[in-house]
Every structure is written in C-alpha cells, then in structure tokens.
Design a protein around this ligand. Structure first.
Ligand code: ASP
Length: 341
C-alpha cells in the first residue's frame, strides 16, 4: 500500500478515536469514580395527625415543596462528594427557614408565648455531638448545635448560655419576632381555650430532622424543633438529647426522631435503635419497628428516620402521617406525607 494511503488511514483511525484518546482513560475513570460514589439522604418534617382530607391542599403542597427543597439542598452537598454532616446541616437549615415546619421560623410557642428552640447534631465518624436547648436568638439552631460540637469542649448548652455562645461564635442573630407566625399563635390559643394537653393540638408536630450517609460511608444525624406547643417550666423534649431524639454511629446507623418527646427520652430511642443494629445485627427496619412498637406500648406516638452506612434507609412511625423524604445517588427521590404513601 502506498505510504500516502497508509497515512490517510492512520489519520482517519486517530480522528475517530479522538474523544476517547485525547485524555487517555480520564473521562472513563471519572465516570467510574462518580458511579461508585454512593450516598443516601433521608429527612423528616415531623410526625402527626396528617390524614387525607384533613390536611388542606395548601398545607399538603407547602409541606411537600419544603421537603423537596430540603432534599435538594442536602443532595447537592452529597453529590459533590460533601460530608454527611454538611448535608444534614444544609437540609435542616432549609426547613428551619420554612415556616411550615416547627423549627426555626414557624416554631411553636411556649405557654408564655415565646419561641424556645432545641437542636442537636451528631457525627457518626467521630461520635462528636452538639446540642442546644431553649435558644432564642439564633436564626438556624442546627448551626448553633454544630458550633457547640466543633467549637466548644461541651455537648449541650442551654438558654442564655447557649445564646451567649452563639453571639460569641458570630452566628446570625435575629429578633425573636422572626420565629413567630400567626398560625402557631392560633395553636397556642386553641390549646389554652380548650385546655388541651401538650400532645393534643392538631398538627402541633413539625420537628425537622435529617440523616445521611456520604460517599466515604460516614453517617450523620441532625434534629431541630420548637418542641411542644404550650410547653412550660423550661420543659426539654427528646430532640436536643443525644441518644433520645438524635444519634449517629458509623458502626450502626444515624437516627432522627419526632413525636411525643417524653416517651422517646424514656426509651433512649435513637441510641436503642443503633445499639440493636450494632449488637444484635438487626437491619434498620427491624430495629426501628421493634423500638417504635415499644414506644406505642408506653403510649407514645411519633416516628423515626434511620440510615445505615451501607445506604439502607427506613422510616418507622405510628402516627397517621409523617412529613418525609428520601434521595439517593442511584437517582431515587421521593417525598410523602400520609401513612399509605
Ligand atoms: N419531639 C419533639 C419534642 O418532644 C416534638 C416533635 O417532634 O414534634 O419536643
């Protein structure tokens, strides 16, 4: 074959294979790495009496939109290879800023008509944990809980001390009016007028939480709430209590709880579920369902979200509904409200 024709053949072959050979192996390798980067994010916006027909279409749509935004914020962190801690913080901040949930803006009122905020966060890689209770000025209490974990030698700070620490840390402060909404005020008035118990007010729930596994296999959990409508005497629920409303341990799982906090504290629910998984080898669903059944026997209502380092995740609740959502690296993305979804 003449040399000129051979050259033309060679050029043709090279040009056809150009997209693959321009940076040998690079794109393929990147695709493989991205495909191997598995992550899972699960969120909740509270468990309670949400039933079809009872919840207005507006409230239903607003809750789903808020959950979707929170999932998107957390997923964006994880998809870029970010940490479970950052994803949990990002998802919770969105729900704290959304007045449809009982955390941050839109938190329920105490009996005296103020908003006292509780939050906690835990890193399953280090077992580092931070929590605050009765905070009144920090725009995003989950960031304050995280600052307690990362910037103080303590695990839990309360009330004025937590507020003081928040200011010292330079976290965004707001006038307490920022948290107050007319709907939450109406619920407080209803509780007082009807002399209802703390667990009676319809839709009082709305605590938010998130659990995640990042692409390094680390888990984290966060929870944030205003607590119960009409709470008194400095009452503290399970949400800021590590082991009750929140727990994360790379050896087992990450959990965030919502519901009648006193019962979750008595059973140490979040730690109990992790302990069953770690020591009995139960999967997330078996462990969560078992412990939630025990909660029901005591008379407690609510729910939990759980994820394990292998990416398996579950919801377990004994209320008619739970605002919830899930997103994974495999492209799964769902939000739901009612028990039958
Ligand atoms: N668990 C929260 C508390 O008892 C309330 C809730 O989740 O709705 O403060």
């Amino acid at each position: 074959m003449p040399a000129k024709i051979i050259r033309i053949w060679l050029l043709l072959i090279l040009s056809l294979s150009a997209p693959l050979s321009a940076h040998p192996g690079h794109d393929n390798q990147k695709d493989t790495i991205m495909a191997e980067k598995k992550w899972t994010l699960v969120i909740h916006g509270g468990a309670g009496s949400m039933e079809r027909g009872k919840l207005s279409p507006e409230k239903d749509a607003a809750a789903r939109a808020g959950l979707t935004r929170a999932l998107e914020a957390g997923s964006a962190v994880l998809a870029k290879g970010g940490t479970a801690m950052d994803a949990v913080s990002a998802a919770i901040m969105v729900m704290e800023d959304d007045e449809n949930f009982n955390a941050g803006r839109g938190a329920v009122f105490t009996y005296k008509g103020v908003n006292e905020l509780d939050a906690s966060i835990m890193d399953g890689k280090t077992l580092g944990a931070g929590a605050v209770t009765g905070a009144r000025y920090t725009k995003n209490p989950i960031l304050l809980a995280r600052a307690v974990m990362e910037e103080s030698p303590h695990v839990m700070l309360s009330r004025e001390g937590a507020d003081e620490f928040s200011r010292e840390q330079g976290l965004e402060q707001v006038n307490p009016d920022y948290f107050a909404t007319p709907e939450r005020w109406r619920q407080l008035e209803e509780l007082k007028a009807k002399k209802l118990g703390w667990y009676d007010v319809d839709l009082k729930y709305g605590t938010v939480g998130a659990v995640a596994v990042d692409s390094d296999g680390n888990v984290a959990a966060g929870t944030s709430t205003g607590g119960l409508t009409g709470k008194r005497w400095g009452r503290i629920g399970d949400s800021p209590i590590i082991g009750a409303g929140n727990y994360a341990d790379n050896r087992a799982c990450a959990i965030s709880a919502t519901g009648a906090g006193e019962f979750f504290i008595r059973l140490g629910i979040a730690h109990e579920i992790c302990a069953r998984m770690r020591m009995l080898g139960e999967d997330a669903k078996t462990a969560a369902d078992h412990v939630m059944k025990e909660l029901k026997l005591l008379g407690g209502t609510g729910g939990v979200i759980v994820t394990a380092p292998d990416g398996t995740a579950t919801f377990s609740f004994n209320t008619p509904g739970m605002y919830r959502g899930k997103a994974t690296s495999a492209g799964e993305k769902m939000v739901a409200v009612y028990g039958d979804e």
